[in-house]
Design a binder for this molecule. Structure first.
Ligand code: FE2
Ligand code: FE2
Ligand code: FE2
Length: 181
């Protein structure tokens, strides 16, 4: 694998792994503060980030001696409103800077599988930012978000609330590959 794409996969693996744990922690805080639907959203998105982390990790299996990597992500103690703000910042960084750049590098380097893994993550992060923004509006007015069921594609991490699609619009997986939250 070409070195820059490989480094980008490592960095994305680290970022997604941290986001996974960060959102599980944010879910616990939301639960304690009386926002059970926001807690459910954090858990759904945490699962989506896990899917991204594993997809990236699988492309690094050739690194038999393991690898070291560092993630930089916004994190700090806060209430649910603050946690949603940090979550939106993290998602927007991925949408506006990280994944578009990684995607273009993977394309340039002819790394098709990495390109797909980055694309799947990018499309999911767009939904995450959208859902977190909606949730923040409710939390900032002192209410829990009135969210219905949330579904996450186990193949690409695509996240949607309400109805589970017949086929995943990102990766084409059938509806039985979605996990319900
Ligand atoms: Fe992600
Ligand atoms: Fe995300
Ligand atoms: Fe999918």
């Amino acid at each position: 694998m070409r070195i820059t794409t490989q480094e980008n996969l490592m960095s994305a693996f680290a970022g997604e792994s941290q986001a996974h744990i960060r959102y599980l922690h944010f879910a616990d805080v939301a639960e304690k503060e009386g926002f059970p639907n926001v807690a459910r959203l954090f858990r759904a998105v945490a699962f989506s980030e896990q899917v991204h982390a594993i997809n990236h990790f699988k492309l690094l299996r050739h690194l038999k001696d393991g690898f070291l990597t560092v993630a930089h992500a916004p994190f700090g103690p806060g209430n649910t409103s603050k946690n949603l703000e940090l979550a939106i910042m993290g998602e927007e960084y991925e949408i506006e800077e990280m994944y578009p750049v990684y995607l273009e590098v993977a394309k340039f380097q002819g790394e098709k599988r990495a390109e797909m893994s980055f694309k799947w993550a990018l499309e999911s992060e767009k939904k995450h930012a959208e859902l977190y923004k909606k949730a923040k509006e409710f939390v900032d007015s002192g209410k829990d978000a009135p969210f219905d069921k949330i579904y996450v594609c186990k193949i690409c991490g695509y996240t949607v609330k309400g109805e589970v699609p017949e086929r995943c619009p990102i990766c084409g997986a059938p509806r039985d590959r979605f996990k319900e939250f």
